[in-house]
Design a protein around this ligand. Structure first.
Ligand SMILES: Cc1cc2nc3c(=O)[nH]c(=O)nc-3n(C[C@H](O)[C@H](O)[C@H](O)COP(=O)(O)OP(=O)(O)OC[C@H]3O[C@@H](n4cnc5c(N)ncnc54)[C@H](O)[C@@H]3O)c2cc1C
Length: 388
């Protein structure tokens, strides 16, 4: 049955006709194209790459960017796409987040005209895939400590270091690698096949199984100066990309939460225990459903407000921290409650709940952990940075 959406509080009345149309397109894609594949992909630890051309065709890649073939959608439209994709699977949304917010956005914002011409149309159309290499084995929450280096030699650069937990790593045609140079942190577009650059998949994941996660290795990897993003100077450049991606996550997890809520709501009306009564008739069950729909509604309002502020150029990183942290925690709790309400059935992949639950554990960690975003909010309200 087609997904009808979750709208307890007429949140749809805040959306324009155009936004509703974009959501409908993404919803149909998720329902008809992604959901029929995703359980097997998750079982087989396979990213459904065959969906990429269709997502590109629908304008989902770099959807809120302008020029070079991008769809120039509003940020609310972009958010609604993320929501519908993550209703199918966080891995699918992660692919689109990385491609758009972490690879296309920095090329558009910090790249040379030549880099934009070369990569943006290819990335938008899905002919090329990108990845974003910031995290290192010893530096996750604190990327400022990164050890990967970029040394100037001749007219170019020599890169050395290791990156890990990189979404799309082995699938990428181009890796945006962040490295420490003499003048500070710089970003380099390293093409697959460059001598000294190798990638390997990370196996054994119980989360994000329908997404490629890899390590990148750079051993005396030489790239020309034209591979450097000329306008990316210092850590604020990669952090600005993360702000874009975190905005998409704040929307995306709404989709996972809605799927968990709707599955539990429907299940509780059908499943009977004690005198043939549906479990929905028990007060403790209703309390859980009431918590879920209330928190989803609050998170929807936060996301719409964030989208409107972003469209007006008024959304700040500390706002995005609250959006990401609140909405991910809300979705994870919805997944846990839904799993509980489904009883034993909740642990099987006949239902999407355990898949969402496992995925959301990653979403809580990547793009700034729950703790780190609490510290961003804490710094904002006290003026005191407490990271160290
Ligand atoms: C599936 C997946 C995909 C990913 N994709 C990418 C990608 O595409 N590109 C990329 O660059 N990275 C990616 N990451 C990496 C991700 O961004 C990091 O895992 C994340 O930043 C956390 O770093 P860490 O795992 O090293 O944890 P750590 O930084 O070691 O943190 C461990 C724990 O310590 C806590 N902690 C650390 N410092 C503090 C502090 N100051 N105060 C309070 N608590 C603290 C954390 O909150 C956390 O609970 C991905 C990760 C996963 C799991």
């Amino acid at each position: 049955m087609a997904f009808k959406g979750v709208d307890y509080f007429a949140v749809d009345s805040l959306l324009t006709e155009e936004e509703l149309l974009v959501r409908q397109t993404a919803r149909r894609f998720a329902g008809e194209r992604a959901l029929p594949l995703i359980r097997d992909c998750y079982r087989d630890a396979r990213f459904p790459r065959e969906l990429v051309p269709e997502m590109a065709e629908l304008g989902f890649l770099g959807a809120n960017l302008e020029g070079y073939g991008c769809a120039a959608m509003s940020n609310v439209e972009y958010g609604l796409i993320m929501q519908e994709l993550e209703r199918a699977d966080s891995g699918l949304r992660s692919f689109v987040s990385v491609q758009g917010a972490l690879v296309m956005y920095p090329i558009l914002t910090y790249g040379s005209e030549e880099q934009k011409q070369k990569w943006l149309p290819a990335l938008q159309s899905g002919r090329a895939v990108g990845c974003f290499g910031l995290t290192e084995p010893d530096f996750g929450s604190n990327p400022a400590g990164m050890r990967t280096t970029a040394r100037q030699e001749g007219g170019g650069w020599v890169l050395n270091g290791e990156k890990t937990w990189i979404t799309n790593g082995t699938a990428a045609d181009v890796a945006l690698v962040w490295a420490r140079a003499e003048g500070g942190i710089r970003g380099f577009l390293v093409e697959n096949g460059t001598a000294g650059f190798t990638t390997a998949d990370i196996h054994g994941k119980w989360s994000m199984r329908a997404s490629v996660t890899s390590s990148l290795s750079l051993a005396d990897c030489r790239v020309p100066d034209s591979a450097r993003l000329p306008e990316a100077k210092g850590l604020k450049a990669p952090l600005s990309c993360l702000t874009q991606a975190r905005f998409g996550i704040g929307w995306g997890v709404l989709g996972a939460a809605m799927d968990c809520y709707e599955t539990a709501r429907e299940y509780s009306t059908l499943r009977k225990q004690f005198d043939g009564r549906p479990i929905a008739s028990h007060q403790l069950v209703q309390e859980k459903l009431a918590w879920m729909i209330t928190e989803i509604t609050k998170a929807q309002l936060l996301a719409v407000h964030a989208g409107r502020l972003k469209d007006q150029g008024k959304l700040e990183p500390a706002h995005v921290s609250m959006l990401k942290r609140n909405n991910v925690a809300m979705a994870l709790e919805c997944a846990r409650l839904s799993r509980d309400l489904l009883g034993a059935n909740g642990i099987t992949d006949e239902y999407p709940i355990m898949r969402h639950l496992c995925n959301l554990e990653t979403v809580k960690t990547y793009e700034g952990t729950d703790h780190i975003h609490a510290l961003v909010i804490g710094e904002r309200v006290t003026g005191v940075a407490a990271y160290k």
